[in-house]
Design a protein. Sequence first.
Length: 278
Amino acid sequence: MSAGVNKRVLPGFGLSLGFTLVYLSLIVLIPLSAVFLKSSAMTWDEFWSAVTAPRVVASYQLTFGASFLAACVNAVFGLLLAWGLTRYTFPGRKIVDALIDLPFALPTAVAGIALTAIYAKNGWIGSLLDPLGIKIAFGPAGVLVALIFIGLPFVVRTVQPVLEDLETEFEEAAASLGANRWTAFKRVVFPTLLPALTTGFALAFARAVGEYGSVIFIAGNIPMVSEITPLIIITKLEQFDYRGATAIAAVMLVISFVMLLIVNALQAWNAHRFGRTV
């Protein structure tokens, strides 16, 4: 009787688990382990010198700082955009909804060239900002703009399905109990959206950290100013400095993993706080 109770309803658990582990190992774990294996051939002094060079440290600050700030901006405006697309009907709504996926469809190089043309001094937007002393292209601000552009769809597409499935009856019930719109959003809607919003934030941050093609055109690639870490890795590979490139890549990998682990831990804590499971 106990054997029948413990028997799984869906068969094939062992086969599916084995296939998952093999696929994960071949596609993810083995390539990532090669980064650490290549870095392990360096002495500690060589490794420390490669990953703490002033030019590399400046690129860390720009890459991770701009990625985090871009993910925060996308979390706010992505939520507002998803809210407008799901809760309101207006002319051109389908067109706006389709344009959200444009950063996915565009090649990254094309996106970088287009952003550079728009935000340069003689561009449509850059020509308006230049008299005000605001410089976007060929500087850190250009990096931020490019990362916001490529990360926005991640937030919108993770929050939008949750908003579409959210019943408006909960908000109406809160309003009937005397809650105003802000209280209903804060107490009823936002706790439901928070896991999806956190997931979108994590995806946008992870994409921004490793972004290369759309950034190098608008960044200007000035050492110590607007040079991103992936560009330094590519430069070292072109110079056949494979160990230096893998050392920097290993540091990026560890920092990204720790930050994503913190985000997922916060998401799990929030789910436990509101009585949900993840």
